[in-house]
Design a protein around this ligand. Sequence first.
Ligand SMILES: Cc1cc2nc3c(=O)[nH]c(=O)nc-3n(C[C@H](O)[C@H](O)[C@H](O)COP(=O)(O)O)c2cc1C
Length: 366
Amino acid sequence: MPASLFSPIRIGGLDFPNRIAVAPMCQYSADDGVASDWHLQHWMMLAMSGAGMVTVEMTDVERRGRISHGCHGLYSDACEAGARRALDAARRVAAPGTKFGVQLAHAGRKGSCRRPWEGGGPLPAGEDPWQTVSASAIPYAEGWHVPEALDAEGIERVVAAFAAAARRAERAGFDFIELHSAHGYLLNQFLSPLSNRREDAFGGALENRLRLPLAVIAAVRDAAPGLMLGARLSVTEWTEGGITVEEGVAIARAYREAGLAYICASSGGNAPQQKVPTGPGYQVHLAEAVRRGAGIVTRAVGLIDDPRQAEEIVAGGRADMVALGRAFLADPRWVWRAAAALGADFTPPPQYARAAALPRKWVEAA
Ligand SMILES: Cc1cc2nc3c(=O)[nH]c(=O)nc-3n(C[C@H](O)[C@H](O)[C@H](O)COP(=O)(O)O)c2cc1C
């Protein structure tokens, strides 16, 4: 039987050659939001991987929406030109049919931090910190920057920034946009009762907490009507008082009704006290709950790195696609190995054809 993992799928009118996605991964290597030579090689490497869906890292819609000084953005002409340069090059070497998306985001109260390899955590005075914003003036954790609660004008500015970045994404040549509504960043901060204590139309009942994300979805759809639109969602926060799976599924349903074509089911990131039971495929049940409960194309992610495990998830109908993050950093030829392990056809670029038999040999030897 042919491998489900290598079967094509159409999502929101866009055709993907297989069910394998590269998960978005921050590289913290941009210069005031502008993609650098690191991005050039990184996007080209991912383009050649054979994954049908390449999702470019969290890309911030305004300067103060970055996590760190190194975060990639789409908030200036220079950012747009940098993204176009790296994307054009990536397309020139991409495996046939590869589609490229960009994950648009705003870090909110988790902004103004050091790069992970500089220790992470809030930027101290002297390292050019900035005022962060959020739903409410509640810091992510003790000792973190206290965000300013966005007022009505501030909310409008954020929505307009998402729309402007979406226009830039379309002009830069991306095929789709993924809204980052997970991991405790701004959209998640509005969705979660842990970080949203507002008493106006944007806080309280889920319907109100959804108001900003839904306004962003509407604005992005208007701004970039040619791009397929999906989202990454923290389906649960693994924390007392936070978003539950049931609420996560309700959010996914609202996103589908607002016109999103897929959900990548992730979790957590909004509360330092979260207790995440990590292990192989630890978030797959969330994708399954969203797929069944919200009736939307679903991508599973999180500690999926074995080809047979990935195949079982898709063939078993638990998710429509799988996304891999760290596995692609460790092994950019993961797709070759998966094809060898599952007996699927995969044609490497002609320049590398003489290496094509090796993954099968390695799989047989393992
Ligand atoms: C270096 C690195 C950067 C990441 N940056 C992002 C990001 O920009 N956006 C996002 O939604 N998740 C980000 N993540 C999370 C991954 O997309 C993925 O969900 C997570 O690593 C679990 O998948 P994995 O076990 O296949 O790596 C990042 C993970 C890593 C390792």
